[in-house]
Design a protein around this ligand. Structure first.
Ligand code: SAH
Ligand code: SF4
Ligand code: F3S
Length: 466
């Protein structure tokens, strides 16, 4: 995969900075999507700060308002249009610059709607992140509205500035796009074809993070365990590290990094070499996100997930055998077109069998341009909601059941700060993402401690330092 030369585009950072000099300008950003979208926002923030803006969490103070959008489900649209309606007054009062980027901007009908009915200055897409400084410059200098969307199947972009949200945990995008075309999903249309970053660039980024004091990295992509697959098939790989398993092993060698996570993998790409790498690499978290989507073989087939209920369950069994103490989280969609009661029961059955630690549950949302949107057997809203509630109940019971297993056991965790709901306690999270509260002095914030769990409270656990 060819890296795009963006040197010229980045010269606009200096140009905007010159215009902004001495003005003490502020920017506000709202990120609406997944972790990839958040990682893009960190790059947008990096560019904004180098252009002389400082961050504010209060939109009222902002001279530049940025929305980084998502379109994976319908409610995202209502949310964006609501926000654009609200910010209009501020723009009229003090000329706030409004920039809208992200996945939703790759949808033509949305861009048309914004152009017709809302105020904005810059619209940029998922393939034109690096052009944000130039677009902003053009919008300021020429005082005109800029729409900069490309439909190309994205190149690899390296070298954007980045302002990270955290100083201990970092996200590192290892690949972009998706080739899976699950029939409900809009991501392949708005993020383009699958392409992997070169391992050298990824490892360099993580080594730099380790030097800066970061302890944890999350490797990101829409389908991380097919890392370098496209390149491998085309004979384009340029390094020995030409698979996800090899990448995990290489990251595991980086001194200073203590924990490695990744999301999202696809069950179909969970080959033995990946499972072995997770098993062998001490730093790789044994808490695995394994998207199910549906437990019914019939529905999975129409979803184009290319695995059956049985194959998914045997993959889980295999992983449980090969990786001691492995735990799972998952994504589930209820109410996919044609889903019968029986199909839904299959989903509940898989949930009971796998005993997930965490489930992200979604009601099927029709997305324009996807095959599932055109299916005639759409499920009535009422049934979708009823099934969602049943799944939610099962999940809540499962959480309580799983919590019991934690009592009496000890876990190493990073002290993140005071608990937001009860500031007499400090808080941390187990590897499986369970919130734990415990008593302790302020000076242990940012340190790793060993906590023994003493009681369970559904959405959090209580522990004590040992
Ligand atoms: N590439 C990742 C994540 C994709 S988006 C993966 O395959 O796991 C995150 C989740 O949103 C998906 O896993 C799916 O559960 C959900 N999702 C995607 N499209 C959806 C739709 N049209 N309606 C409801 N949920 C959807
Ligand atoms: Fe969407 Fe499927 Fe790709 Fe995930 S794997 S992004 S659900 S098409
Ligand atoms: Fe949303 Fe785009 Fe992520 S559609 S889920 S922000 S890839």
């Amino acid at each position: 995969m060819v890296k795009k030369n963006i040197e010229n585009d980045l010269t606009y950072i200096e140009k905007v900075k010159k215009i902004n000099e001495g003005k003490n300008l502020k920017y506000y950003i709202l990120t609406m999507g997944c972790q990839l979208n958040e990682n893009d926002s960190e790059k947008i923030c990096g560019m904004a700060e180098e252009m002389g803006y400082t961050k504010t969490d209060d939109i009222i103070d902002a001279d530049l308002v940025i929305y980084n959008t998502c379109c994976v489900r319908e409610n995202a649209e209502e949310k964006l249009f609501g926000k654009l309606g609200e910010v209009k007054k501020q723009k009229e009062a003090k000329g706030t610059i409004i920039a809208i980027g992200g996945c939703m901007m790759q949808e033509e009908h949305i861009v048309n709607k914004i152009k017709k009915s809302y105020k904005y200055d810059v619209i940029f897409g998922t393939h034109t992140l690096y052009k944000f400084p130039k677009d902003l410059y053009d919008a300021i200098i020429e005082n005109k509205k800029i729409t900069d969307i490309l439909d190309i199947d994205g190149e690899i972009i390296e070298g954007l500035p980045i302002k990270r949200d955290d100083n201990i945990r970092a996200s590192v995008t290892i690949m972009n796009g998706c080739n899976n075309f699950c029939t409900y999903c809009i991501v392949p249309y708005v993020r383009g074809r699958e392409r992997s970053r070169n391992p050298e660039d990824i490892l360099l980024e993580i080594k730099k993070l380790a030097k800066e004091g970061y302890k944890e990295v999350t490797l990101l992509g829409q389908n991380v365990n097919s890392y370098m697959r496209v390149e491998r098939e085309k004979g384009e790989e340029i390094s020995e590290i030409n698979s996800f398993a090899k990448l995990l092993r290489a990251v595991n060698e980086i001194k200073g990094i203590e924990k490695i996570r990744f999301t999202s993998p696809h069950p179909k790409d969970f080959t033995d070499d990946v499972i072995e790498a997770i098993r062998d690499c001490k730093k790789v978290s044994k808490f695995i996100h394994l998207p199910l989507q549906s437990g019914s073989t019939n529905v999975l087939k129409v979803m184009n997930r290319v695995y059956t209920k049985e194959q998914y369950l045997s993959l889980v069994d295999k992983m449980k055998k090969m990786i001691p103490d492995v735990k799972f989280s998952t994504d589930i969609i209820v109410g996919f077109p044609g889903e019968t009661e029986e199909d839904f029961e299959d989903t509940l059955d898989v949930v009971k069998k796998v005993k997930y630690e965490q489930i992200f549950m979604f009601i099927y949302s029709r997305r324009r341009g996807t095959p599932a949107d055109k299916m005639e057997n759409q499920i009535p809203e009422e049934i979708k909601h009823r099934r969602f509630d049943r799944l939610k109940n099962l999940y809540e019971n499962l959480v309580e059941e799983n919590n019991k297993e934690y009592i009496g056991k000890s876990f190493e965790m990073l002290v993140e700060g005071y608990s937001k709901t009860n500031n007499e306690y400090l808080t941390g999270r187990t590897d499986t993402n369970k919130v734990v509260i415990f008593e302790g002095k302020e000076d242990i914030i940012g340190k790793v401690v060993n906590i023994k769990i003493i009681s369970d409270h559904k959405w959090y656990l209580k522990g004590e330092i040992i």
